[in-house]
Design a protein around this ligand. Structure first.
Ligand SMILES: Cc1ncc(COP(=O)(O)O)c(C=O)c1O
Length: 367
């Protein structure tokens, strides 16, 4: 009998998450309340930030962080084209113009190119920690300071990562996604973390229809981007498990690392100061390799191993962003065509990891 396909993600929900949801259902309090507040406080604490504002998803978190920081029409925001489209969408919905700057061998924004892309209209830099691999935060912190820009990190894939032994929240505002496949999941969900009390206050207000001091009196035309108590209850359990789940991801990644050179793949560079949390484990197929990326993926699939490409079309090449079609980001474009990710989620059993490794070794030997 054929073995089941090893999936690229497998959310880690157990009896504790089940019990937490049941407790909320029985409590009768479902909308944003005490559990959301407690979850925010715990995430802020582990992220090295003073404040956290939970949201309905990561896109909303990024949008609110931009709006609350004062980013809007007439502003340019420099970001990576090698990301989920939500990064750019949040910038556009905030009323600003995304400026796509190329990535380096880490597949994250190249600080030197970002500096060249700064104009008098630039307001913010939004680095994306792609696949859980932190971008060069010290370089971006320094650039933001020197050019008086905001640093707002798209850390949707990177909860738990650090740079130079500092948690992400110590580098300015950041946002997380708690989507189903993320390292910490609440099904859907997101959060803004920040040390700026005004950004935190504005995010909390905009998330909840900008309620003023009196009931049904509102200060601004705002939104409903609230998190539910159910999500927060799951999140609290997941947060307690995050260190062990991340350890397992990192351990699997170091096993895979041994494969890379042997089999002629390369992998995105990880900066010396970065602690990668392996939302994805990504490989790249070398120029002139025997098998193309798509052939490798097909063969993996035949061997019962799912893989994914995050992301196959850079944002400036998306139909929705056709006005940016002339932008040149050759490193990102190249990566989109030669990279693929293999299962690294903490639900992988030892036997499944061995199957992934065997499948890749076999493909490397095959004509
Ligand atoms: C890099 C990146 N940015 C933004 C988002 C948007 O998050 P969400 O799907 O929770 O809205 C995601 C996740 O899907 C992401 O991976």
């Amino acid at each position: 009998m054929a073995e089941a396909l090893i999936p690229i993600a497998r959310p880690q929900f157990g009896p504790e998450e089940e019990a937490a949801v049941l407790e909320v259902m029985r409590s009768g309090a479902f909308a944003q309340g005490a559990r959301v507040k407690a979850f925010e406080d715990s995430v802020a604490a582990v992220s090295g930030a003073r404040f956290a504002v939970a949201t309905s998803n990561g896109t909303a978190a990024l949008f609110l962080a931009l709006r609350a920081s004062g980013v809007g029409p007439g502003d340019e925001v420099i970001t990576s084209p090698l990301t989920f489209i939500a990064t750019a969408n949040a910038i556009v919905h905030a009323g600003a113009r995304p400026v796509f700057s190329d990535v380096d061998s880490s597949l994250n924004l190249d600080p030197a190119l970002v500096e060249r892309a700064i104009t008098p209209r630039t307001r913010a830099i939004v680095p994306v920690h792609l696949h859980g691999n932190p971008a060069d935060l010290q370089a971006f912190e320094e650039l933001a300071r020197r050019h008086r820009l905001l640093l707002i990190q798209d850390a949707c894939q990177a909860i738990g990562a650090t740079f130079a032994e500092r948690p992400l929240g110590s580098f300015g505002t950041a946002v997380y996604s708690f989507y189903a496949t993320k390292n910490l999941t609440t099904g859907e969900g997101g959060m803004v973390i920040t040390n700026d009390p005004e950004v935190a206050r504005a995010c909390a207000s905009l998330r909840h229809q900008a309620y003023a001091a009196q009931p049904y009196l509102h200060d601004a035309v705002a939104f409903n981007h609230r998190m539910t108590e159910m999500q927060a209850a799951i999140g609290a359990v997941q947060l307690a498990r995050l260190p062990s789940l991340t350890r397992r991801r990192r351990e699997t990644a170091s096993l895979y690392d041994e494969l890379v050179a042997v089999n002629g793949f390369t992998r995105p560079a990880v900066r010396r100061e970065a602690t990668h949390v392996y939302h994805q484990y990504t490989l790249r197929v070398r120029d002139g390799a025997r098998h193309s990326r798509d052939e490798v993926r097909e063969r993996l699939r035949s061997a019962g191993v799912a893989s994914g490409v995050y992301y196959p079309v850079p944002v400036h090449r998306q139909p929705a962003y056709r006005e940016f079609a002339q932008v040149q980001c050759p490193v990102a474009e190249r990566a989109a065509s030669d990279m693929f990710s293999i299962p690294v989620h903490p639900g992988l059993t030892d036997a499944e990891r061995e199957r992934v490794i065997e499948a890749l070794n076999r493909i490397a030997r095959e004509p």
